[in-house]
Design a protein around this ligand. Structure first.
Ligand SMILES: Cc1cc2nc3c(=O)[nH]c(=O)nc-3n(C[C@H](O)[C@H](O)[C@H](O)COP(=O)(O)O)c2cc1C
Length: 178
C-alpha cells in the first residue's frame, strides 16, 4: 500500500486494518465541502445528516449522488425517501455540521431549517440547496449510493455576497479561502 515517496518504514505485518487506515488517511487528504442531506421523515418530522460524499454525476439530466453508510441508525429513513434536499454549508456552520453528525436525530433543531419551494427541509443560512427526486440507489460495500435527479435548486450566496463554504480536510472542518 505504500509508495516510494513514503519515508515511513512499512509496518512489519501489513494487514487489512492497516490498509483500511491508510485508505481513510488518504481520503482525508481529499478536501471537500460539507453538506446536510435532509428529508421529510413523517408527519411534521424531518431527518438531517451531515455528509461530505456529495458529488455531481450528470448535467443532462441533472443528477447528484451521496453515499449513505449502511450502519446508519437512520438508514431506512434516507434509503426510503422519495425526495431529499442537499444544503451546501457556509463557513460559519461548523457547529451545525457537528450537530447533524451526531448519531440519530436527538439534536435536531427545527430552527436550523426552513422549507424549500417544493416543501423539503433545507438548512437556513446555507450557501444554497438542491431539491432532489430519488433516481435510484446502488449498494456498494458498506455504503449505499443514493442518486437524485435535481428538481429544483436555489443559490443564496449571491444575494448577500457571502460565498465562503465550510470545508472538511484531514478529519477537521476548515475554511476554504478564494
Ligand atoms: C464531515 C462529515 C462528513 C460525513 N459524511 C458522511 C457521508 O457522506 N455519509 C454518511 O453516511 N455519513 C457521513 N457522516 C457521518 C454522519 O454525519 C453521522 O455521523 C452518522 O450517520 C452517525 O449517525 P447515524 O448512525 O444516526 O446515521 C459524515 C460526518 C462528518 C462529520
Amino acid at each position: 500500500m505504500r509508495d516510494v515517496h513514503d519515508t515511513q518504514a512499512p509496518s512489519a505485518v501489513p494487514d487489512q486494518a492497516d490498509a483500511a487506515a491508510e485508505f481513510r488517511r488518504l481520503m482525508g487528504l481529499f478536501a471537500t465541502g460539507v453538506c446536510v442531506v435532509s428529508v421529510n421523515s413523517g408527519k411534521d418530522a424531518i431527518a438531517a445528516m451531515t455528509v461530505n460524499s456529495f458529488v455531481s454525476v450528470s448535467l443532462d439530466p441533472m443528477v447528484v449522488c451521496w453515499s449513505l453508510q449502511n450502519s446508519s441508525s437512520q438508514f431506512d429513513v434516507y434509503a426510503r425517501a422519495d425526495r431529499f434536499a442537499v444544503s451546501i454549508l457556509a463557513q460559519d456552520q461548523a457547529e451545525l455540521a457537528t450537530r447533524y453528525a451526531a448519531r440519530g436525530d436527538t439534536q435536531l433543531r427545527e430552527l436550523d431549517f426552513t422549507q424549500s419551494a417544493q416543501g423539503l427541509p433545507v438548512v437556513a443560512g446555507a450557501l444554497g440547496h438542491f431539491e432532489c427526486q430519488k433516481h435510484s440507489d446502488h449498494l456498494v460495500g458498506d455504503h449505499t449510493m443514493i442518486f437524485g435527479e435535481v428538481a429544483g435548486l436555489r443559490i443564496y450566496s449571491a444575494l448577500d455576497g457571502r460565498i465562503s463554504p465550510l470545508g472538511f480536510f484531514n478529519g477537521k472542518f476548515c475554511s476554504i479561502e478564494q
